[in-house]
Design a protein around this ligand. Structure first.
Ligand code: NAI
Length: 252
């Protein structure tokens, strides 16, 4: 049986930008699957969404969880039209009371812990690729499918190559490097799916007030979700293989 409204899966959607993306896709007529590592948290988040939103257990670092989610989507809905790879972590070792500068000194290339780097890349790079692999057979069957990878300007090689960029010292192998990795995955996915008409784009939400930055961000989640929602809703004539924010194209 095929569900009669389009279905969107948003990873890491129990809070922050992912929850806001879910709200907006639901208000645009999607059945939204609110991905959450913890099902109960996903269920409370889904209840906050007006429209058709349902929680789905999904840990992007756990292959069993990803496979189970794909099987559930296939058997319950028979379709998937939009995938938003939103889940991410910024670190695992930022101790309370540590300033961002202190933490940044612990993740310079000369001293970075491989465990820290692997944990962040597992969630931010391999996770989206693993979810993509599990979901792409259903996306290929959809009348028109879009994939949005929630990246960050922090991962821009071009911006970080500019010695005038004051955020440059934050370009380290952990979070920023992982977003460069996600950008590479985005382009590779877009190239593979170009002929099939499936659009794959990366977005930079901007510095948004969420748990990721201990609510230090300056934009609202509504602003942070806007570009991802725009690209989740583009039609067959929309772009693919782009990296953008609400302010336009972001250099790779
Ligand atoms: P957040 O911390 O509120 O949300 C991240 C979500 O990912 C949470 O729901 C968390 O539970 C989930 N998550 C973490 N590990 C997971 C895993 N293994 N499996 C499934 N879910 C997992 O932060 P925010 O800001 O809403 O982040 C959303 C996206 O926006 C992320 O990709 C982040 O890198 C990106 N971003 C955020 C910026 C900001 O200023 N807040 C700036 C640039 C990019």
């Amino acid at each position: 049986m095929t569900h009669n409204t389009p279905v969107a899966l948003v990873t890491g959607a129990n809070q922050g930008i992912g929850l806001q993306i879910s709200r907006e896709l639901a208000s645009n007529g999607f059945t939204v699957l609110v991905g959450s590592r913890n099902l109960e948290r996903g269920e409370s988040a889904a209840e906050e969404v007006e429209g058709d939103a349902r929680a789905i257990q999904l840990d992007v670092t756990d292959h069993l969880s990803i496979t189970a989610a794909a099987q559930r989507i296939r058997s319950e809905f028979g379709r998937l039209d939009v995938l938003v790879n939103n889940a991410a972590i910024s670190n695992t070792r930022w101790e309370p009371g540590m300033s961002i500068e202190e933490y940044a000194r612990t993740i310079l290339p000369s001293v970075v812990s491989f465990d820290e780097m692997r944990a962040v890349w597992e969630t931010n790079v391999f996770g989206p690729l693993a979810v993509f692999q599990a979901m792409v057979p259903m996306l290929r069957e959809a009348p028109h499918a879009n994939i949005v990878n929630v990246s960050s300007g922090a991962g821009s090689l071009t911006m970080n190559s500019d010695s005038a960029n004051s955020h440059r010292p934050m370009y380290t192998p952990v979070y920023a490097g992982s977003k460069t990795g996600l950008n590479a995955m985005t382009l590779a996915m877009a190239i593979e799916l170009e002929e099939e008409g499936i659009k794959v784009n990366a977005v930079d939400p901007g510095f948004t007030r969420t748990n990721l930055n201990k609510y230090a961000g300056t934009s609202t989640v509504e602003e942070g979700a806007r570009e991802a929602v725009r690209l989740a809703l583009i039609g067959p004539d929309g772009p693919t293989g782009t990296f953008s924010s609400v302010n336009g194209q972001v250099p790779w």
